[in-house]
Design a protein around this ligand. Sequence first.
Ligand code: NAP
Length: 232
Amino acid sequence: MTTITFITGANKGLGYETARRLTELGHTVILGARDKERGEAAAGRLGVRFVPIDVTDDAAVASAAADVEAHEGRVDRLINNAGITGRRAGAADLTGEDARLVFETNVLSIVRVTHAFLPLLAQSDAPAVINVSSGMGSFALTHDPDRVESTIAAPLYTASKSAVTMLTMQYAKAVPDVRFNAADPGYTATDLNAHSGTQTVTEGTEAIVALATEPPSAGTGRFVDRFGAVPW
Ligand SMILES: NC(=O)c1ccc[n+]([C@@H]2O[C@H](COP(=O)([O-])OP(=O)(O)OC[C@H]3O[C@@H](n4cnc5c(N)ncnc54)[C@H](OP(=O)(O)O)[C@@H]3O)[C@@H](O)[C@H]2O)c1
């Protein structure tokens, strides 16, 4: 039986590369994107189905889940990938509105999408949620002088990704029937960082693809990059 995989923010960057690779590996990928034109174009290139989803919008998320329910009837892998860095500004200039947008997109949306998709995951024999977090949200890595993560100050993005990792661990404990794991792609050249990242998107999707294709025995409640376990 085919593995049905729903990916948010999959019209470009790491989400698109994940969609491309998992399609190649035989998954039935459903490409989620907030913009109809960009989403349809990306899905068309991969020959997969596009489902509109703005992860910050309750109604859009509910109708995406209803669409998948009507067409595929279940989801085996949910990949919460959509994310933003927020406005580039010095810490003193960051506003509550800046914070609201970053946390709304990166953190609240994971709860929103997971809530809407859990009934579809419940229809799977081996359901798994993969949350795309970041080493930038790791307390350990952002304090390790040997790591690039310690050289960057980005209060909102880093705090939002700490929350993503913690949400993943808490869902793993609270919902034992579904595996919840977090991926750190590593610093990857995408629009998110104006292509300053040092990895290719293929390297950046290694951990996500591994989590989406590993057997259920690999476990739940883990935070991994392409080299292995990441300290929280
Ligand atoms: N690149 C890195 O170095 C790196 C490292 C660690 C973690 N990550 C994480 O990896 C994930 C993917 O990032 P990326 O590097 O591939 O960035 P990207 O190329 O900017 O792609 C981000 C994707 O998220 C989508 N998105 C943003 N807000 C959305 C919303 N409200 N609803 C639906 N989709 C939305 C974007 O859609 P639009 O095209 O419509 O804007 C786009 O498809 C993010 O969670 C990011 O934090 C990236």
